[in-house]
Design a protein around this ligand. Sequence first.
Ligand code: PAF
Length: 281
Amino acid sequence: MKIVLTVNEARLAVRDARQQGKTIGFVPTMGALHEGHMSLVRAAKAGCDFVVASIFVNPTQFGPNEDLAKYPRTFEADRQKLEAEHVDLVFAPTVDEMYPQGAVTFVTAEGITDRLDGRSRPGHFRGVTTVVAKLFHIVEPDLAFFGQKDAAQAAIVRRMARDLMFPIEIVVAPIVREADGLALSSRNAYLSPAERTQATALSRALREAQSRYRSGEIDSTRLISAAQEVFASEPAVRVDYIEVVDPETLEPVAKATSGTLLAVAAFVGSTRLIDNVLLGA
Ligand code: PAF
C-alpha cells in the first residue's frame, strides 16, 4: 500500500494504475475509520482493480463552533486498517495541499444543501461539495463510495457529480450498526458510557417509525410523531430534526412511499449524531 501526501503524487499513482488498464475505486474519508468506512473499502475492492482511500479532515465543512480541533485523528490505526484490506493507495494531504494559500473557489449545490443537516449546519455541504469535487479531480475514479448514514451528503454528492458531469458512478453503501442499533460514526468516540446508552434513541425512533409505516401508516406527520414519542422517553437526547423527505431532492413529503427517507439528527450531550432509514426497505 502506497501512501502519498501531495496532489501530484496521487495523480501520478492513479494514472499509472489507469495506464495498466485498471478501474479506479475511491473511498473519501476523514479518517477515524470504523467498520462503516471499511464496508465502503470492501465494496470498492470487490468492484474495482485499484482502490484509493483519502484521509483528510476537511476544515471547510466544519462550522466555527463545531468539532474541527477535537475531531479524532488516528492516522496510524487508519493506515493499519486500510493495509489489512489491501487498499492500493492512501492520499493523506495537508490542509495547505488541498487549499493552497489564497484559494477562493468553492463548489455550491443550491437549494438541496439547505435541507436536513444543511439547515442546521450552514455552509457544511458547501465544504463537502468543494472538497469532494477537488478529490474527484485529483483521483479521477470510475466509482466513488459513500455511506448511507449521511443520506443528505450522498444525495448532494450524486447531484453535484451529475451537474458537473463527473464521469463517476456514485455508490452508496448501507449503514453499519452496532448490535444495539447505534449507527457507526467517528463521533461515537465522544460519547460517555451513559450517553452511549442514550444514543440508541436515534435508531429506536427510526425502528418505531419504520414499523408504523410497515403497518400501513403513510402520513409523514404521524410517522414523525411516532419517532418523537421514542425521543420523549429519552429526555437527555435533544432532537435537532426529524424529517420525512424525498431521498433525492431532500424535500419534505406529506405522504411516505416505499423508499422515502426518514432522517433524524439529535444531540446526545454535546455530540450531534445523525441516522436515517429508507421506509419500507
Ligand atoms: O463523509 C465524510 O467523511 C466527509 O464528509 C467526506 C465525504 C470525506 C468529505 O470530507
